[in-house]
Design a protein around this ligand. Structure first.
Ligand SMILES: Nc1ncnc2c1ncn2[C@@H]1O[C@H](COP(=O)(O)OP(=O)(O)OP(=O)(O)O)[C@@H](O)[C@H]1O
Length: 348
């Protein structure tokens, strides 16, 4: 396990009975990143966060958090703050008083209360009774509580869940600021989970995309776009050939969807070349190589392609193709033919 990563896991696995909910997960989160854990419901995000927090024991795998092994959570948990289950807060007590109770329970310094209230955007409201708070304020008080330990790693599970649009916006702005620790400039890493890519895109600089307990991408958020920002539209002369062409494409391990009388093929950042799994480094030549291969395959199968159009892909589309279309509805007029998830690792 290397320095420079606040979280690093390898082959992390969790079985519940015969169900595997986290399946050989491999990911790294750089120190100081605001990292987004994104994936459809049931992808295993919460279970992974719970394993990182020592709340659930992994069935297999290894890892480290803040440089200490996952098997020794007591070594790193004092430097971790988390909002994964709502803390028990007393409705009749003020925000400040609630924090004082939690500080006493957790052995934290009470003098940090004004600072954490400020960090959570609750300055001036700390004296009000908790029950008078809006849902967004309650959520921010829970974050203030997680900040009491001045953590090096802050873990927030779906922090915008249940909030109204104004509350969501305030929470997003807050999360963005949390990695910039006030005062001494020490680095803090923030890990949030969300099922919305658009949210993660606005808040985070690092992304882990999960599907069926695996990471299908982890790396810089720009990398998801750069890595897979290209598709190609193929139109056979005869629409009857769409199925056969789709099979040829999936045979090359590419993800393909039907789009009217055309097929839309997503190009990964590095693709199997003619010589086994040779990796192409240059996106343009990789694209050219794939197009040439598909064209040759089509010709050999007696299929005439009358259109081959390269297109750029939005991050949202890229996410859809990575999670096999299970996270977001397909655009009108398109339907999944096959979704091939592949593990892509971004680099910095
Ligand atoms: N204690 C448990 N016992 C059995 N199954 C569980 C347990 N906890 C979670 N699961 C199952 O594991 C799967 C992954 O759940 P998890 O909550 O980690 O997913 P998630 O990605 O966080 O999804 P969501 O966004 O819906 O919370 C789900 O199918 C869930 O039902």
């Amino acid at each position: 396990m290397t320095d420079g990563f606040a979280v690093e896991v390898l082959h992390l696995t969790k079985h519940y009975g015969r169900r595997t909910v986290v399946d050989g997960l491999r990911m790294r989160i750089p120190t100081g990143a605001v990292a987004g854990f994104v994936g459809p419901n049931g992808a295993g995000k919460t279970t992974t966060l719970r394993m990182l927090l020592g709340l659930v024991r992994p069935s297999a795998g290894e890892g480290s958090v803040l440089g200490a092994p996952l098997t020794r959570p007591q070594r790193y948990l004092p430097r971790v703050g988390a909002l994964i289950e709502n803390p028990a807060l007393y409705p009749g007590l003020s925000g400040e008083h609630n924090l004082a109770v939690l500080a006493a329970l957790g052995g934290h310094d009470r003098s940090r209360i004004p600072e954490v209230l400020a960090e959570a955007g609750l300055t001036g409201r700390g004296g009000d009774a908790f029950r008078t708070y809006s849902l967004g304020m309650k959520q921010r008080l829970a974050i203030a509580a997680a900040l009491l330990a001045d953590p090096d790693l802050l873990v927030l599970d779906e922090p915008t869940n249940g909030l109204d649009p104004a509350g969501i916006q305030q929470m997003r702005e807050l999360v963005r600021t949390l990695a910039r620790r006030p005062g001494d400039g020490r680095v803090r890493t923030v890990l949030i989970s969300s099922h919305l890519l658009s949210e993660v895109e606005q808040i985070c600089d690092w992304i882990v995309v999960m599907e069926h307990g695996r990471s299908v991408y982890h790396g810089p958020i720009d990398g998801l776009m750069a890595a897979g920002g290209r598709s190609v539209l193929l139109r056979p002369q005869h629409p009857d050939h769409l199925g056969a062409m789709a099979e040829l494409t999936t045979g090359r391990n590419l993800s393909v969807r039907r789009d009217g009388d055309r097929l839309r093929v997503d190009l990964p950042p590095s693709v199997p070349g003619e010589r086994g799994d040779q990796r192409y480094l240059d996106a343009e030549s990789a694209m050219d190589a794939v197009l040439a291969e598909l064209n040759r395959d089509a010709f050999a199968a007696g299929i005439t392609l009358v259109e081959i159009t390269p297109v750029r892909v939005s991050l949202e589309e890229r996410y859809q193709s990575l999670v096999g279309g299970s996270a977001v509805d397909h655009a009108p007029g398109t339907s999944p033919v096959a979704g091939v998830s592949r593990e892509l690792e971004g680099t910095r």
